[in-house]
Design a binder for this molecule. Structure first.
Ligand code: UDP
Length: 254
């Protein structure tokens, strides 16, 4: 069977034309990159796990009325999503200091923040996704003031919900990255959560031991990377039943 038309290939995912207008197929690869793609590797089974974890989280978000691009999972590595106009921002929500916040402001990793902090980064690989202020976003027309109001409200709701969800399975949600898109419904436009929510885009620490269960294991060469992603899925109760051996999954969908 002829492969569907590929529209875009990113670092960890590929987008294909969907079966109906207004839909796309999002394929999750095992490829991993860090430090603006200077570090590259493969995390075996990551695509399968991220597909499943992101499905689970997007479905839980839909249940509490947070709109997302997710329609349904198609197979081990692919999900059907709505085509949206991606807003060129990485929206990071932080509860505990880590990563670039710790480096930039000299705050020790693990310091509880006085309140949740939302940051915006301009999505531009050539520039290395620079931190930007609302002023830049509205002045350059990447998003309107109204869009940003919606984005901030959604980001904080997602944070509250996911913090509780992960706390329930013994995980601290340190920080995470969201992307948003505009979904057009006739004349109406709605901002929805897009991309993925997975251990690639979250910092997840074991509540008791502070063990990292996310992409920092790859970024910082901590080892047991596959195991960490599996552990997140296991705690969420969604580890594929066939177990680790099956995580490579089918290459393509029919
Ligand atoms: N993040 C991401 N994609 C990026 C940059 C960051 O998913 O291109 C996530 C990252 O996994 C972490 C959060 O956003 O959960 C905050 O990342 P930070 O700004 O600390 O950057 P990093 O230390 O990852 O370079």
């Amino acid at each position: 069977m002829a492969r569907r038309r590929q529209l875009y290939e990113g670092k960890a995912k590929i987008l294909f034309e969907g079966p109906e207008p207004g839909t796309l197929v999002q394929y999750f690869k095992d490829d991993a990159t860090a430090f603006n793609a200077q570090k590259k590797g493969v995390i075996t089974g990551k695509g399968v796990l991220n597909n499943r974890i992101s499905e689970f989280i997007m479905m839980r978000l839909a249940e509490i009325g947070v709109p997302t691009h997710f329609v349904r999972r198609l197979n081990m590595r692919e999900q059907l999503i709505r085509e949206v106009e991606i807003i060129p921002l990485e929206v990071v929500v932080r509860n505990v200091a880590a990563g670039s916040l710790s480096t930039r402001l000299g705050i020790a990793e693990g310091t509880q923040l006085p309140r949740s902090i939302v940051e915006y980064y301009y999505k531009n690989d050539q520039l290395g996704d620079p931190l930007v202020a609302e002023e830049h976003i509205t002045a350059f027309g990447w998003a309107s003031v109204q869009d940003l109001d919606d984005i901030m409200a959604l980001a904080l709701r997602v944070n509250d919900f996911l913090s509780g969800l992960f706390l329930g399975v013994g995980i601290r949600l340190v920080d995470f990255k969201l992307e948003f898109g505009r979904l057009w419904d006739n004349e109406e436009m709605r901002i929805v959560v897009a991309d993925e929510i997975s251990p690639d885009s979250c910092r997840l620490w074991d509540l008791k031991t502070n063990e990292k269960l996310d992409k920092d294991r790859f970024r910082r060469d901590l080892g047991k990377v596959e195991e960490a992603y599996q552990e997140v899925a296991r705690r969420l109760g969604i580890l594929p039943e066939a177990g680790v051996r099956d995580l490579k999954g089918p290459e393509t969908m029919q």
